[in-house]
Write a protein that binds this ligand. Structure first.
Ligand code: FPP
Length: 238
């Protein structure tokens, strides 16, 4: 008999294909990002309804700064609007928002909006929603190593006592369980520096669907695929 697992506790998503979605329609790339942002909100509610507890999306990578300035500006403005308009919705739906990544490089008003939203939603116990902005997995590890080095220097930490947990606890995702399932849309088969430490045992699911076309049915397909996969984590088949 086939064994099934329960719904993934933590789903991470690389939302790719906004540009191609817009191009197919003869629209500017920014139209794809606007549609993509709408889909994020709907997927958040769908994930919650499916029993997913943590949802993490890759909104802006450390590499995305090299895109044309106008596109960077659009993405930052979208995130700005999102931060400013989410509080009521989060309160209504009991959603907690946290932002992963190096926020120090963002505009001051955006940092303030992020800080406010994190503070005002921190006691919400429903879906835990993480948005990665100016995030890179290697940069996450680099910043974590800096924090650990500082603790060693101050005498708070003995280098010989450093465990894998010590590293995990010093990443942006401290307190957040590792993803069980990572979804990437639009047919690319890479993880592009997203949560590279955290995804050591994660199941990957790739789909050709472009992010703005992603919906509840597609999320359900990914979850179903996850639930029917065998998880060995280095052990032997039973
Ligand atoms: C990749 O598509 C998508 C991004 C780089 C940005 C993702 C951002 C959003 C969906 C909107 C904002 C997010 C939130 C949380 C409100 P692409 O532009 O690389 O597409 P392409 O590969 O087809 O060019």
């Amino acid at each position: 008999m086939e064994e099934t697992r329960s719904v993934p506790q933590h789903v991470a998503i690389i939302m790719d294909g906004n540009g191609r979605w817009a191009k197919k329609r003869g629209l500017p790339r920014t139209a794809g990002h606007y549609q993509g942002a709408k889909v994020v909100e709907q997927i958040l509610y769908d994930a919650d309804a499916m029993g997913i507890k943590y949802l993490t999306v890759y909104a802006f990578s450390t590499e995305n700064w090299s895109r044309p300035q106008s596109e960077v500006k659009t993405l930052m403005n979208l995130l700005r609007t999102y931060m400013r308009t989410s509080l009521q919705k989060c309160a209504k739906n009991n959603v907690r928002i946290r932002v992963l990544g190096d926020r120090s490089k963002l505009d001051e008003d955006l940092i303030e909006a992020i800080d406010d939203l994190e503070r005002d939603t921190k006691n919400n116990t429903g879906l835990q929603f993480q948005i990665a902005i100016n995030y890179g997995g290697r940069d996450d590890i680099r910043r974590g190593v800096m924090k650990i080095a500082e603790k060693v220097r101050s005498g708070e930490l003995d280098p010989a006592s450093i465990t894998e947990e010590t590293v995990s606890e010093n990443l942006d995702t401290a307190d957040i369980p590792d993803p069980d399932l990572l979804i990437r849309t639009s047919g690319e088969l890479r993880i592009s520096n997203f949560l590279i430490w955290q995804c050591a045992y994660t199941e990957y699911y790739f789909t050709d669907v472009l992010w703005p076309d992603f919906n509840k049915e597609e999320l359900q397909k990914a979850v179903d695929a996850y639930m029917h996969r065998e998880r060995r984590m280095g052990g032997l088949m039973q």
